[in-house]
Design a protein around this ligand. Sequence first.
Ligand code: GDP
Length: 415
Amino acid sequence: MAVDITTDLNKVRNIGIMAHIDAGKTTTTERILFYTGITYKIGEVHEGAATMDWMEQEQERGITITSAATTCWWKNHQINIIDTPGHVDFTAEVERSLRVLDGAVAVFDGVAGVEPQTMTVWRQANKYSVPRMCFVNKLDRTGADFFRCVNMMVERLNSTPLVLQLPIGAEHDFLGVVDLVQMRALTWRGETTMGEDYTIEEIPADLQAQADEYREKLLETLAEADDDIMEKYLEGEDLSVDEIEAAIRRATLADKLNPVLCGTAFKNKGVQPLLDAVVKYLPSPLDIDAIVGHKVNDEDVKVERKPADDQPFSGLAYKIASDPHLGKLIYVRVYSGKLEAGATVLNSVTGRKERIGKVYQMHANKREEIASVGAGQIVAVMGLKDTKTGHTLCDINNPVVLESMSFPAPVIEVA
Ligand code: GDP
């Protein structure tokens, strides 16, 4: 049965995962889907296992993440993972997906560090001031070096990394992380357990000095980005975990710095703290400025649409995909109002009316048919005949053209 999806927008995260090819984007995404499987529907613990089986099947067939937007849940938050292609050839496609996500996780190979495709996508994300976190992956590999990777983020990306974790051990003996916000150690329990798969311990004595040093760096970097923290820092006041986390969130949303976490997706170490950080630090659709479009036939008259259900409907078609069972699916980000199955809307670019067929939310191992969906959400729509990527769909009586994207020529970079 089709359901209505109206969610507390504060609890929605539309995120992309960006990486140079082979850094571990697919593995990280799969681990996220595995871990979030357990909370997919409270009480349906088997969902997690089903996700895993599905992933194995997909891997056998050589297919990776199938959907342009996959919805999952973590600690009462809905996370929509938007697929961002990692190849430079897909620059226009990357730009299109950057346009519809609210925040991103950049995955780095702990051995190779910052690689050319990451530099390209990073620069594109700069253009839209996309709030970003970094996950230094593959710390189990020989030659992995967390600190070198962080330095490369400064040198090659010109970013301001905010180191939130320090690795405990290295390579084969990568055992966990020091959490510099709460000043505690997280050590991994196993590779397949779901739920919170780490044990909280005291910081190991031999890492205490390094933890103190990096905690100080964290506070300094945060103070530079945030006046509240600066004031308290200069006065030598103690900062609570809540205050620090709130400041990290503010600074991340303002695109002033990038929180950095680490782990190994392969061995399933570090993915849950990463999910916690996605929920804590990346924006909800309400944190994003209202989208500004323009009047049909008059680019000079700006029209603003806020992410609220009582606004007229507007949405951007950002990807066309072919589903083996459903046929043509168009992925739409709803910016304002409600998108309803069966409704007639206007494609303000072609000037023609379009009838919305069935509407789906896509999950790792199944899809859910929905009757209507609110602002801030991303769904797959069937039945659109004449709509292409980049087109605006909107309320017939309240037409708007959402700002068109400019696609620069692809930049091919050499390391
Ligand atoms: P993508 O191209 O960024 O999507 O990268 P994949 O997720 O496909 O990973 C590329 C290769 O690296 C695969 O063989 C993975 O099994 C492997 N891999 C991914 N994450 C890790 C990790 O944390 N440690 C190790 N040792 N290998 C990893």
